[in-house]
Ligand binder design. Sequence first.
Ligand code: SF4
Ligand code: SF4
Length: 174
Amino acid sequence: MNSRRINICHPGYGASCSLCCGSHNYRMDIEQIEELLLKRTAAGSPPPYKHPYIVNHEKLYRDAMQCPHVGLSEDNEVFCLIYAEPDKKGEILSFFNGTCSNFFCPAWDVLTDKQVIFAARLMKDWFYYSLLINDIEAVQDLCASYSSPDDVPEDVLDELKEDILDRFVAEDGK
Ligand code: SF4
Ligand code: SF4
């Protein structure tokens, strides 16, 4: 893994990612997902423990996670509701230690801190930042074409968002 100082999952600038936990794995639009995640967060901590493989809503990707512990903060950042919970037990504890704490997506190996910050400053959100940071080539192309996210024209940004969402949805294999 690249030696880095930036936490790609929470790089700052209003950006955050929980894609691998299944934050986008719903047959819902963004507003509906946000409503669901906010409701979950408002229900308080610790939430009732459920195995991260439990599925409560129709999935976009049959074989990917839709963890019921992804929440959305008041600052509009996705996060794990049980991450800091000291009382994780049984199969949750074992899944958490075995998988959650040890998973790093390809961005951790491939992208530089500078590229991560570029993506975070460009998107400043949870939905599109997550998609972009998992679309390595798109991040590399952007960084090669623009010296700062401020230089990316509005229409290019709109098109990029459409493209990365289309690519993500098209990958569901259906
Ligand atoms: S997909 Fe990568 S950046 Fe996103 S939460 Fe998982 S490990 Fe972090
Ligand atoms: S328990 Fe937390 S870290 Fe693990 S998959 Fe669920 S939300 Fe992600």
